[in-house]
Write a protein that binds this ligand. Structure first.
Ligand code: ADP
Length: 482
């Protein structure tokens, strides 16, 4: 019997990837295309045409190598919120606005001043922030060329999933999925449709928005291969970890850290700065999630290497931390602090320095700060959802640090699970795309996943509590200096 495969596209912030996954739910090969963003002060722009051409090139290469007749389906996961405006032929009208772009802040400030925030938050689960697509769309509509296309009924908005789908299907499919839609600031989380009042307030025409579908459906065809899944990247990682049960969580430890907790079939509105979002919808009702992020995770390790020069590689941080016996605290508030503090003016500070403190102690304090910040967010999630934490799945570059992951498990008092597969985000889209065909059901996929490492709390409860109390004191002190 010939092998069968699913392909998954992961369209990210600076690269696109196509993964080939076999019937055993194993990653067989990765094809990659890198591209540059254009950064101009607060504006972060991307060339959607270049991105599409790159995706097409690697997708075609994968299809050629693995043969179209052996490829059962295609899934798409993508950087969320990044917004493209394109004409009905699929040509981008301007550069796409990247998710990191902050240059639509003025629009957001106006909306807040007009008092839209409470309503928007209630409906969409999101604060008014340049990060989400609505202010990017409003900004694009201020462009004369976009406006003239819109007046001619020849301008469409889309996040990257929608744009790629439109292009790959030659304009036949103009859809998005619930997870991407839930990041637009226009989507009613509970009713799963665009909210007409928000469309009016923000002046975004409904006819310029794609129809919203569940994550698993036939979205269209590319070279006769069905595209059967679309899902935003963080949600795809949650799915890739197989975090299907309520109370399970995933933490992606990269430059920053992204934390998502599966809250089952209920939306938990957050009063403490977390985001309520859709985790996934396969069939029937959606599963929801609480989401939080920390701004500085791996970037602080990079800072030790590139700015202070006290480690030669990120990896070395583990060895040095294990040699430290001092208890000092570092609050790496390089760009302020997020949940639950939401203090943009606080800056980094160290506490407890004595003359015998050495670089090992500084490295340990830097790593510990990552774990403390994650605990800050996780505690809010537990408090707001009242859902006990079952287990945490981990991925991303920093999750390779055994010292830190053990300390994280000690602080969270729950198991941390690191899967054998590192490409969790793209696997999520592949699992979804192959579900019901080469992967008969979720149990089948679960059975085929291997755990690389599991961490259990080792430190005593009282010691872990004292460590965390020290951190809280350090944050409080850091916030007094402005
Ligand atoms: P991103 O996707 O955000 O670029 P990655 O998941 O590739 O991030 O992780 C890269 C980050 O992880 C870098 O900031 C690096 O400093 C950090 N990192 C990599 N390996 C380790 C390690 N063993 N210990 C601590 N940090 C690490």
């Amino acid at each position: 019997m010939k092998s069968k495969y699913v392909l998954a596209i992961d369209q990210g912030t600076t690269s696109s990837v196509v993964a080939v996954v076999n019937e055993k739910a194993e990653l067989v090969e990765i094809f990659c295309h890198n591209f540059e963003q254009m950064i101009n002060n607060d504006a972060v722009l991307q060339d959607a045409k270049v991105i599409y051409e790159g995706v097409k090139e690697i997708l075609d290469a994968a299809i050629l190598k693995y043969k179209p007749e052996n490829i059962v389906s295609i899934g798409i996961t993508n950087q969320r919120e990044t917004t493209v405006v394109f004409d009905k032929k699929g040509n981008p009208i301007t550069y796409a606005i990247g998710w990191q772009s902050k240059h639509t802040k003025e629009i957001c400030d106006t909306w807040k001043a007009l008092g839209y925030e409470d309503y928007a938050k209630k409906i969409t689960g999101l604060p008014i922030n340049p990060y989400f697509s609505a202010s990017k769309m409003a900004h694009l509509l201020e462009d004369e060329n976009v406006l003239s296309h819109a007046n001619d009924n020849n301008a469409l908005f889309g996040t990257m999933d929608t744009f790629l789908l439109y292009k790959l299907t030659d304009g036949k499919s103009y859809y998005t999925d619930v997870t991407n839609a839930s990041r637009t600031l226009l989507f009613d989380l509970r009713k799963q449709k665009y909210d007409s009042k928000l469309l009016n307030l923000f002046n975004i025409p409904l006819k310029m928005l794609p129809e919203v579908k569940p994550n698993k459906t036939v979205f269209g065809y590319y070279k006769n291969i069905p595209i059967t899944a679309m899902i935003g990247d963080q949600q795809s990682a949650l799915f890739g970890h197989l975090a299907f049960e309520r109370g399970t969580m995933k933490v992606t430890y990269g430059t920053g850290a992204f934390i998502l907790m599966n809250t089952g079939n209920k939306v938990f509105p957050s009063q403490m700065g977390l985001i309520s979002t859709i985790a996934f919808q396969i069939d029937g009702k959606p599963i929801y999630a609480l989401e939080g992020s920390i701004f500085v995770a791996g970037s602080s390790v990079k800072w030790l290497k590139d700015q202070l020069g006290i480690i030669a590689s990120s990896k070395e941080s583990e060895k040095l931390a294990l040699q430290s016996h001092k208890k000092i605290y570092f609050v790496p508030a390089f760009v302020g602090l997020g949940a639950p503090y939401w203090d943009t003016d606080v800056r980094g500070a160290m506490f407890g320095i004595t003359a015998d403190v050495n670089k090992c102690d500084l490295v340990k304090a830097t790593l510990n700060a990552i774990a403390f910040q994650v605990k800050d967010v996780v505690d809010v999630m537990i408090k707001e959802s009242k859902i006990p934490l079952e287990k945490v799945y981990i991925d991303g570059g920093v999750s390779n640090n055994g010292y830190l992951m053990q300390f994280q498990s000690d602080l969270l008092r729950c198991p941390l699970i690191k899967p054998e597969n590192t490409e969790i985000t793209v696997l999520g889209a592949a699992f979804l795309a192959g579900l019901g065909t080469i992967f008969p059901d979720l149990e089948y996929i679960k059975k085929h996943q291997k755990v690389k490492k599991q961490y259990q709390p080792k430190m005593s409860f009282s010691e872990a509590t004292a460590e965390y109390q020290g951190w809280q004191k350090a944050v409080k002190s850091a916030r007094t200096y402005k």
